[in-house]
Design a protein around this ligand. Structure first.
Ligand code: ADP
Ligand code: ZN
Ligand code: ZN
Length: 831
C-alpha cells in the first residue's frame, strides 16, 4: 500500500535542456522540492555521465517516463519562475516553426549569466595517507590545495605550467590524494559600487565634534574626515550620510592615505558598504525637449490607432526623415499608460545611435536596453528588470524577443525590411520580425512594422488587407528628398576622366562640399582595401586555403583575410606562383577609398565606418559622435552608414558601383538594391535649409531600377517585382526552406544532397524542389556545400505537414550509415 501512496505524490518535471535533443526530458522531483518547484524555474540536473547543466522546467506532472528511468533533479535555483509561461509557449512555437530543438531556442534566449556552469575542481582528500610515492609536481599541487581548499583545472594548469594535466590529476586520484568535485556557480554578478560613510554612532553633532577634536593628533585621518564632511554635510543633513561617498574618492591618487582610511574604518569611525548599481547609467538621459507632433505625424498616429481596432499588424511606410520616431513615441506612451509592456526592435547597428538617446530622454530609467554588444551581466539585468517590473519598455536587437514578457501590448519593429532581423547561425534560424507578429498574437497585443522601404512581403500583406497600411510621404519640417545625379562611369572611362574609382563629377562635388564646410557620405558596400590580389604575369589570384573565395587585402593590417572563415595570411611580396613582383591589388573596398581620399584631398578629414573599424564596444558610437560634432568632412563606409543615421550637415551622398548591388545573383537583388540605395540616399539633406544631393556611379544609367530610386518610386518597384515573384513562385507567394548539405569530401556531400533531393521530390514534386546546387561560395572552412531550395505555396500547401515530411527525410540522410558525418542545415524562410 505504501508504494501506491508514494506513486500518487511522485512529481515529474519535463525540462528544457540546453543540449541538441529534439524533445523535453523528464526528471523526478525530490519530495522536499515538490512544494516549491514551479514551471519556468531553473533547476540543475545531471545529464549523461558527467555533465551537470541548468535546465528550465517546462511542465510538471505525475507521469513517469516510459522509456527511461527518470533521474532526480539535483537543485532548484529559483523560487519564482525566470521564464514566463508566455515565453515557454513562444519557445515551443519557434522550435516547431523553424525546425530546431527547443533547447537551442532556450540557449539563444537565456543570457549566459542565467545559465550555470559546472566547473571541475580538485580538493585534498583528508583521508590521504602519505604512503604513496608522489612526484615533485604532485607534491606542489597538494601543497597548493591544502592552502586554498580547492583548485580549478585552470589553476592547476597555471601552477604546473602545463596545458594537459589530466594525467597528473588521474594519478593523484588513483593515489587517493585528491577528490574531484563539480562546483556549480552562478555566473551573473551584479555590479557593485564600493562606498564609505560615517558610522551612525557619530551622527549626532556632539559626538561629531568630539570625534574631530580627538583626531587632532592624526592629521591624515582628520583630513579624510573633513573631506568627507565637506561633501556630505551631515551636520545639517544627517540623511545624506545614508548614501555615503564612493570609496575611490579617497584613493591614493587623490592624495589620501590608504592606511589612514583603514584605521578610521578599524576605529569604527567610517564604515565601508556596497550598493548595487545599474550598468546603464552611462547612457545620458538629458533634458526632455517637448515635441509636438506635426499634422502628418498626428494623422499617421491616429490612423495606426484606428487600424489596430481591426488589424493585428500595421505597416507604417514613411519616407526617410518623415519623423517616424515621434509617431512611435506617441504610441508607446499610450500603451504604457494602459499598463501593458512594449518592445521596440531595432537592427543591431541602429541601436547605438541617436534614436536610443531620443527614447532615453522620453522614457528615462524605465526603459531597458538589450544589445548584443552588452556584457552578459547587463543582459541579465534587463531580464530581471522585466521580471520584477522595473522595465515596462525595452528597446533591443532581435534576440530581445526572447525576454520574459508576460503582457506585451505592442511590439514595434523599426526598419522591418532589415536582414539583420534574421539569424543565420546558430539555430534557431528565426526572423525576429516574423516572430514578433506571432508573439503579439500570443499576448493579444499589436505589432507595428515601420520602414521607408518595406520588405516586399510586408507591403504585399498590407496591400492585400492582412495588415493595415499607413503612409507618410513628407519629410519633417519641409525638408525635401535629395536630388539625384547618375554618373556614367563607362563614358567617363572612355573620356579618361576617371581617377581610379572616382568620377570627375564626384570629385568635383566632394571638393565643393569640403570648401563649403558641408559633410559628405561615401558608400561602397565592400570592406577591406581590395577584394583580391592578382599577378599580372600569370593571373594568379589570392585565394583562401579553406574556402572557395578570394582573400581580401587589408592595407592597415598588412594582411590578406578571408571574409568567410577568418583565415589570415601575410601579403606576398612576389607572386607565390611564378615569382613575379608584379602583384597588383584589384577592385576596391572602403579602405582603398579612404586611402585615396587622403591623397587627393590631403586637407580633408576622413573617417571610415565598416566592420573593421567598429569592432570595439563603443567604436561605432564614437565615429558617429565625431562625425556629428563636425570637423569631419567625409565619412566612408559600407551599408553601416545607411542605418537610421540622422545628421544635420550632410548635403551629399556618393555611391560607388551601384551595378554590383543591383545585379547580385539572387532573386531579391532588386528589392535589396532599392532598399540599400534609398536608405543611403536618405542620409542627405535632412534639413529644410540644406537640400541634399546624391551621386550614383553606374555603367548603365538607363536601368529601370535606378529610375525608381531616383524618383523615390517604391510602389513602382513593388509592382514590377511582385509580378515577377508571382510568375516564378517566390515569396510572398511561396515559403522557402533551404537545406544546406555539408561535408569535407565533395563527392560524399554531393551524393547526400542528391539523395535528399530525390527523396523530397517523391512527395513534393519536381517543381517544388530546386537543386542540389553548389552555392556561389561552395567551399567554406573546408566543407563542400550543396543547397536544396524548397518552395512551398502559401495557400495550397499544409506547411506543417510539409515541414515534418522534410524533417523526416533529413533524418533519413543523417542516419544513413553510408554517409558518415554529414551535416544538414535547415533554414526555414531563408533570405
Ligand atoms: P525617420 O525615422 O522617419 O527617418 P526621424 O524620426 O529620424 O525620421 O525624424 C527626422 C528628424 O526630424 C529628426 O531629427 C527628428 O528629431 C525631427 N523631428 C521629427 N518630428 C519632429 C517634431 N514633431 N518636432 C520636432 N522635430 C521633429
Ligand atoms: Zn604570377
Ligand atoms: Zn576562408
Amino acid at each position: 500500500m505504501a508504494s501506491l501512496f508514494e506513486e500518487e505524490i511522485t512529481c515529474f518535471a519535463d525540462l528544457i535542456l540546453p543540449v541538441p535533443i529534439p524533445s523535453l526530458f523528464t526528471y523526478r522531483v525530490p519530495r522536499e522540492m515538490t512544494d516549491m518547484i514551479k514551471t519556468g524555474a531553473r533547476v540543475i540536473v545531471q545529464f549523461g555521465q558527467k555533465r551537470v547543466i541548468t535546465a528550465v522546467v517546462a511542465h510538471l506532472h505525475t507521469n513517469p517516463p516510459v522509456k527511461y528511468q527518470a533521474k532526480y533533479i539535483l537543485e532548484l535555483l529559483d523560487e519564482e519562475p525566470i521564464v514566463t509561461s508566455k515565453q515557454l509557449e513562444l519557445f515551443k512555437w519557434v522550435a516547431e516553426y523553424y525546425l530546431c530543438n527547443i533547447g537551442e531556442v532556450m540557449n539563444v534566449a537565456l543570457p549566459a549569466g542565467l545559465k550555470i556552469t559546472s566547473q571541475s575542481k580538485i580538493q585534498f582528500n583528508p583521508e590521504f595517507e602519505y604512503e604513496e610515492l608522489l612526484t615533485d609536481q604532485e607534491i606542489m599541487i597538494l601543497d597548493a590545495i591544502k592552502k586554498q581548499d580547492a583548485l580549478s583545472y585552470e589553476e592547476v594548469e597555471r601552477l604546473v605550467q602545463k596545458s594537459n594535466i589530466t594525467a597528473i590529476i588521474k594519478s593523484l586520484v588513483a593515489k587517493r590524494a585528491v577528490i574531484l568535485f563539480e562546483e556549480v556557480k552562478e555566473r551573473y554578478k551584479p555590479k557593485v559600487a564600493r562606498k564609505i560613510r560615517l558610522t551612525p554612532a557619530f551622527l549626532s553633532n556632539d559626538s561629531l565634534i568630539q570625534l574631530t577634536t580627538s583626531l587632532d593628533k592624526f592629521p591624515k585621518q582628520q583630513e579624510i574626515l573633513m573631506r568627507y564632511l565637506s561633501y556630505v554635510p551631515v551636520y545639517n543633513h544627517p540623511e545624506l550620510n545614508q548614501k555615503g561617498l564612493d570609496k575611490s574618492f579617497f584613493s591614493q591618487e587623490n592624495g589620501f592615505s590608504e592606511s589612514a582610511l583603514q584605521t578610521l574604518i578599524k576605529k569604527g569611525v567610517l564604515e565601508p558598504f556596497e550598493i548595487f548599481v545599474s550598468r546603464f547609467d552611462d547612457i545620458p538621459s538629458g533634458n526632455l525637449t517637448e515635441i509636438t507632433l506635426t499634422e502628418s505625424q498626428q494623422t499617421a498616429s491616429s490612423q495606426i490607432h484606428n487600424l489596430f481596432q481591426e488589424k493585428e499588424v500595421v505597416l507604417l511606410h514613411g519616407i526617410t526623415g518623415s519623423g517616424k520616431t515621434e509617431v512611435y513615441i506617441e504610441l508607446i506612451r499610450k500603451v504604457l499608460a494602459g499598463g501593458s509592456q512594449v518592445l521596440f526592435l531595432l537592427p543591431e547597428i541602429a541601436l547605438t545611435t541617436q534614436i536610443v538617446v531620443r527614447l532615453r530622454k522620453v522614457f528615462g530609467d524605465t526603459m531597458g536596453i538589450y544589445h548584443s554588444k552588452f556584457s552578459d551581466n547587463e543582459r541579465v539585468e534587463v531580464w530581471k528588470g522585466i521580471l520584477d517590473g522595473k522595465f515596462q519598455f525595452v528597446v533591443g536587437v532581435r534576440s530581445a524577443i526572447f525576454l520574459p514578457f508576460d503582457n506585451l501590448g505592442l511590439i514595434i519593429v523599426d526598419e522591418e525590411h532589415e536582414t539583420s532581423y534574421k539569424q543565420y547561425d546558430p539555430a534557431p534560424r528565426y526572423n525576429a520580425r516574423d516572430v514578433a507578429v506571432i508573439m503579439s498574437y500570443m499576448h493579444k497585443g499589436k505589432t507595428l512594422l515601420g520602414s521607408a522601404t518595406p520588405s516586399l512581403e510586408s507591403y504585399y500583406h498590407a496591400k492585400t488587407g492582412r495588415y493595415g497600411l499607413v503612409e507618410m510621404t513628407q519629410r519633417f519640417g519641409n525638408a525635401v528628398l535629395p536630388s539625384f545625379e547618375l554618373i556614367n562611369t563607362k563614358l567617363e572611362k572612355k573620356q579618361k576622366k576617371m581617377k581610379n574609382e572616382f568620377s570627375s563629377v564626384l570629385l568635383e562635388h566632394i571638393r565643393n562640399n569640403i570648401s563649403n564646410k558641408e559633410q559628405t557620405i561615401l558608400f561602397q558596400n565592400r570592406r577591406g582595401y581590395s577584394p583580391y590580389l592578382q599577378c599580372e604575369e600569370c593571373n594568379w589570384i589570392s585565394q583562401c586555403a579553406n574556402c572557395d573565395v578570394s582573400l581580401t587585402y587589408h592595407l592597415k593590417a598588412g594582411e590578406l583575410r578571408c571574409h568567410y572563415c577568418g583565415h589570415k595570411e601575410e601579403v606576398p611580396r612576389t607572386c607565390p606562383s611564378c615569382g613575379s613582383p608584379r602583384v597588383k591589388t584589384m577592385g576596391y573596398g572602403t579602405e582603398k577609398i579612404e586611402d585615396e581620399l587622403h591623397i587627393i584631398f590631403p586637407e580633408a578629414r576622413v573617417l571610415r565606418m565598416d566592420l573593421d573599424t567598429t569592432r570595439a564596444k563603443n567604436a561605432y558610437q564614437q565615429i558617429i559622435q565625431e562625425f556629428e560634432e563636425g570637423g569631419i568632412d567625409i565619412l566612408v563606409g559600407t551599408q553601416m552608414v545607411s542605418k537610421g543615421l540622422d545628421f544635420d550637415n550632410v548635403s551629399m551622398v556618393g555611391i560607388f558601383d551601384a551595378d554590383r548591388i543591383i545585379h547580385f545573383p539572387e532573386f531579391r537583388a532588386s528589392e535589396r538594391a532599392f532598399q540599400m540605395l534609398t536608405q543611403v540616399s536618405g542620409r542627405a539633406g535632412r534639413r529644410a535649409d540644406k537640400p541634399g544631393k546624391v551621386l550614383i556611379q553606374t555603367s548603365n544609367p538607363a536601368q529601370q531600377l535606378l529610375e525608381r530610386i531616383v524618383t523615390n518610386d517604391y510602389v513602382g518597384m513593388y509592382e514590377t517585382e511582385i509580378l515577377e515573384r508571382e510568375q516564378y513562385q517566390y515569396p510572398p507567394f511561396t515559403r522557402l526552406i533551404k537545406l544546406t548539405v555539408k561535408h569535407p569530401d565533395e563527392a560524399t556531400s554531393r551524393r547526400a544532397a542528391d539523395q535528399l533531393a530525390q527523396k523530397l521530390t517523391v512527395n513534393l514534386g519536381k517543381s517544388r524542389v530546386l537543386g542540389p546546387e553548389a552555392p556561389l561560395v561552395d567551399r567554406v572552412r573546408n566543407q563542400f556545400l550543396f543547397d536544396i531550395l524548397i518552395k512551398l505555396e502559401r495557400e495550397k500547401i499544409n506547411f506543417k505537414a510539409a515541414k515534418s515530411f522534410i524533417q523526416e527525410k533529413v533524418t533519413d540522410i543523417l542516419t544513413d550509415k553510408t554517409l558518415k558525418s554529414i551535416h544538414i542545415i535547415i533554414d526555414v524562410d531563408c533570405v
